[in-house]
Design a protein around this ligand. Structure first.
Ligand SMILES: O=C(COP(=O)(O)O)NO
Length: 247
C-alpha cells in the first residue's frame, strides 16, 4: 500500500493571533497537493483559532498532551479536551521536551498510549544528539526510544514517526539525503522485526531538522522518507512549497 505523504508544521512556542491568522490565510489560499496529508501544530493557546480558520481537510495537532484523564493536573491538557475541541493529533516526544523538560522514554510512551487510546493520532518524535551520532549510537538511541513505545502500544496504525536528529533542529544543518534515508530504513526494518510487517509497510516516517523548500524535494525522493515535520520554515509563506514537495 502506498503511504500517503505527510507534512506537519510545528510552530513550537512561536506566533500570536495576528501572525497565526496570516499563516493560516496563506495555507488556505494555496494550491496544495491533495495527495499530501497536512497537520498544523500551533501553541496550545491557538489550537481553537487554527481549528476554526483552517480549510477543510487540514488537521490540527497539539504539541503535547498529558497521559492521565481530566483531573487535578495543573497546566496540563487531556486527550478528551483535545477531542472536544476538534483537535485530532498530538506531537509527542519532541527532543525539546525530552531535553529541556526531561521527558523520559517511558513518559513519552505513556502519553503516546493515552493519546491513541483517547482517539488521537500521534506524531512520535525520536532522534539522536550530535555526540550520540559521532559515537555511532544513532540507531541504538532511536530504537530504544521506539521500544519504550512498543512496550506499551500494540496498534501503530495511528502513529506517524518523526525522525529529528537533534543536531539538525534549528541549526540550518539539514541531514543529507543519505543520512536521513539510512536512519529511516533502519527504523522501518526495526518496525518489521519488533512490531509487524504491516506496521513497517504502513507507518509514515517523517524527517525533521532544518527542512526548507530548498532541500525538501531532494529529501522527498528517498524511498523511506514519507514526509516532514517542519519547525521554523512552517512559519513562513514557503511552507506551502514544502507541502507540495512530493508532487
Ligand atoms: O523541531 C522540528 C524541526 O525544527 P526546524 O525545522 O526549525 O529545524 N520539528 O519538530
Amino acid at each position: 500500500m502506498a503511504r500517503k505523504f505527510f507534512v506537519g508544521g510545528n510552530f513550537k512556542m512561536n506566533g500570536n493571533i495576528k501572525s497565526i491568522k496570516e499563516i493560516i490565510a496563506n495555507i488556505n489560499e494555496a494550491k496544495l497537493d491533495s495527495n499530501t496529508e497536512v497537520v498544523i501544530a500551533p501553541p496550545c493557546l491557538y489550537l481553537l483559532l487554527a481549528r476554526e480558520h483552517l480549510r477543510e481537510g487540514i488537521e490540527v495537532a497539539a504539541q503535547n498532551v498529558f497521559d492521565r484523564p481530566n483531573g487535578a493536573f495543573t497546566g496540563e491538557i487531556s486527550t478528551d479536551q483535545l477531542k472536544d475541541t476538534g483537535i485530532t493529533w498530538a506531537i509527542l516526544g519532541h527532543s525539546e521536551r525530552r531535553v529541556i523538560l526531561q521527558e523520559t522514554d517511558e513518559f513519552v510512551a505513556s502519553k503516546t498510549k493515552a493519546a491513541i487510546d483517547g482517539g488521537l493520532g500521534v506524531i512520535l518524535c525520536i532522534g539522536e544528539s550530535l555526540e550520540q551520532r559521532e559515537a555511532g549510537k544513532t540507531i541504538e538511541v532511536v530504537t530504544k526510544q521506539l521500544k519504550a513505545v512498543a512496550d506499551k502500544v500494540k496498534d501503530w496504525s495511528k502513529i506517524v514517526i518523526a525522525y529529528e536528529p537533534i543536531w539538525a533542529i534549528g541549526t540550518g544543518k539539514v541531514a543529507t539525503t543519505e543520512q536521513a534515508q539510512e536512519v529511516h530504513a533502519a527504523i522501518r526494518e526495526w518496525l518489521k522485526k519488533e512490531v509487524s510487517t504491516e506496521a513497517s509497510d504502513n507507518t509514515r516516517i517523517l524527517y525533521g531538522g532544518s527542512v526548507t523548500e530548498k532541500n525538501s524535494c531532494d529529501l522527498a525522493t528517498q524511498p523511506d522518507i514519507d514526509g516532514f515535520l517542519v519547525g521554523g520554515a512552517s512559519l513562513k509563506p514557503a511552507f506551502v512549497d514544502i507541502i507540495n514537495s512530493n508532487s
